[in-house]
Design a protein around this ligand. Structure first.
Ligand code: N01
Length: 550
């Protein structure tokens, strides 16, 4: 039943407001409503649940985490009532799963769809977050929790001439729900990150011609996707507790261990055999073959060279192979894609690779793309697989203002500052699920989300039990945490990928700050648990009477 429109002046008050109805928002609603008994409203811009999986409907969209690990583990009922069909779930299947979760936990009645938040202001006197949606609806609550995802604000390149293009331009992150018919079309795809690498083989199957415009060559590992048989499905259900424990103790939230040996302490043959085995098995675990792939450049070089050799082996045209293998950053220092036939796609007659690092795009013309050299590429459809204004983009476009009218935009002018990625100084009772400064995108996301949702619910329960009105990150704690996040990143090779979205480098003008916490999920979990057990040091709490000062 659609909700009746509410007159602009009428404000609805709740105990907590949650923004977003993807994995994070759904579980946060359940945790606050069904465990704590709070009155909660979820505001969701889309017309359905799903978050990332609502918007990202591009051809080939599937998850790079294995399906049995890409699920909620807080509920045995959810685990036992769902079967995944493939090793890596496709977008429609994940969307069905999240709808199943929403139905099974009866979440829909507390979600308002089509509600894009455009303003969220902390009202000091009332001790409330006052939230306004694009269509003028108003809500208020003492607690505001963002569950807006890390990769949800699309990054559309500002290429001159786009408005004149006679064909269609689609961004993968805002894909038309009715799909795009590529039959007989000349398609140009810009971007070779995880998305472009998933989409290219599927577009190539349908289109008359696919031209991939590559600015930065990328590593990719075969996914080796396959249907799951009944024996595996039974095993995953029977061993859910062990899988959960493995994910919770792993640095990346995946249910596989990181190798204990250095890539440099074994013989070249042994190393090659280990990489081969990981390559044949497929998936993200290749980067965990040895313990130092992400921390030692020489160790990393061995993995990087192994993958380059595979690219040269697969791609038949030596010039194309050379362009694909000319990768300028260490392996896994940008999020490593996994693929189904990406490099093989360049062996097709209807697929071409264009190096736009050597010859950049100058403009979009009515009939296609023109490069700086003057070369013209005639196109009917342009696909932007150009990624996202990651981690901060979605938070900064909601008009969030904290104490004294401090805009989040200004508070983060030099880059995001948080305590544990969970709270921002000057923004009382605002919690940011998988916010910048937390492991989030460096992990298997549902594991990171569950940990944050539960920490936030426990924190709010603590405040209520103690009769406290507000909690807010202290300035010093955020200062210290940002320094620690930097140290953790610098202990890895990841900052060496100078153009990665981890650093905000993909968005012109964005501060270059390494945003996710690279210290490992298990370590981070322990830090957060310790903070809660110690009564929330690094956070300032205030009672109802003394709420005003921090
Ligand atoms: O985006 P990206 P994505 N002109 O930023 C290029 C997750 N994900 O959507 O490297 C020309 O990685 C850009 O080039 P460069 C996953 O975490 C998960 O692919 O900046 N090119 C790059 O090649 C992933 O990392 C799954 O030089 C331009 C590409 O576009 C994250 O989403 C599946 C350009 C963007 O790559 C983002 O991946 C898919 C310009 N102006 C994605 N601007 C799952 O499995 C950008 N590029 C769940």
């Amino acid at each position: 039943m659609p909700e009746a429109p509410i007159p602009p002046a009428a404000e609805q008050t709740f105990d907590a407001l949650v923004i977003g109805a993807g994995f994070a928002g759904l579980y946060q609603l359940h945790a606050l409503r069904d465990r704590l008994g709070l009155r909660v409203r979820v505001l969701e811009a889309a017309d359905g649940v799903g978050g990332t999986w609502w918007w990202n409907r591009y051809p080939g969209a599937r998850c790079d985490s294995e399906s049995h690990a890409y699920a909620f583990y807080f509920s045995d009922d959810l685990l036992q009532s769902w079967d995944w069909s493939e090793r890596y779930p496709q977008q429609p299947e994940i969307l069905r799963y999240l709808n199943h979760v929403a139905d099974r936990l009866d979440l829909r009645r507390d979600i308002t769809f089509g509600a894009r938040v455009t303003q969220a202001q902390w009202d000091e006197a009332a001790g409330l977050w006052r939230v306004v949606t694009q269509d003028g609806r108003r809500y208020a609550a003492p607690f505001l929790i963002t569950a807006v995802g890390c990769l949800s604000s699309t990054n559309r390149p500002d290429i001159p001439g786009a408005a004149d293009f006679a064909g269609a331009i689609h961004h993968t992150g805002e894909w038309p729900h009715e799909g795009v018919d590529f039959t007989g079309k000349r398609v140009g795809m810009i971007g070779t990150g995880s998305t472009g690498i998933q989409a290219a083989p599927v577009i190539a199957e349908a289109a008359a011609q696919l031209t991939v415009f590559q600015r930065t060559a990328n590593y990719s590992i075969p996914a080796r996707n396959r249907p799951l048989d009944d024996a595996f499905k039974r095993w995953a259900k029977e061993n859910a507790a062990e899988i959960r424990a493995a994910m919770h103790s792993a640095p990346n939230g995946h249910p596989w261990p990181v190798g204990s040996r250095s890539a440099l302490e074994v013989s070249a043959e042994e190393r090659e055999a280990a990489f081969r085995a990981a390559w044949e098995k497929g998936g993200l675990a290749l980067r965990a073959t040895f313990r130092d792939i992400l921390t030692d450049r020489a160790a990393n070089d061995t993995a990087a060279e192994f993958i380059r050799s595979r690219i040269r082996e697969v791609v038949k045209d030596p010039a194309t192979a050379a362009k694909l293998a000319e990768i300028d950053h260490p392996f896994a220092t940008k999020r490593p894609p996994i693929d189904t036939g990406y490099f093989e796609t360049f062996n097709r007659d209807n697929v071409a690779l264009v190096d736009i690092r050597a010859d950049p795009i100058e403009r979009i013309t009515p009939t296609g793309l023109r490069l700086r050299s003057g070369a013209e590429h005639a196109l009917d459809v342009i696909v932007f697989a150009t990624g996202f204004d990651a981690m901060t983009g979605a938070l900064l476009r909601m008009g969030i203002e904290g104490r004294g009218g401090l805009a989040l935009h200004d508070a983060w002018a030099a880059g995001p500052r948080t305590q544990l990625g969970l709270q921002v100084p000057g923004f009382p009772n605002l919690f940011t699920i998988t916010g910048p400064g937390s492991p989030s995108v460096l992990t298997n996301m549902p594991v990171a989300i569950e940990q944050h949702v539960e920490w936030i619910a426990d924190c709010i329960a603590h405040l209520r039990a103690k009769g406290l009105a507000t909690i807010e990150a202290s300035d010093q704690a955020a200062e210290d945490w940002v320094a620690h996040v930097n140290d953790a990143a610098n202990a890895t090779l990841m900052p060496q990928a100078g153009h990665s979205w981890y650093l905000g480098a993909n968005v012109p003008g964005k501060p270059r700050v390494f945003m996710p916490y690279a210290g490992g999920m298990a370590r981070y979990r322990a830090i957060c648990a310790e903070v809660a057990a110690q009564g929330y040091p690094g956070f300032v709490t205030a009672g109802h009477a003394a709420r005003v000062t921090a």
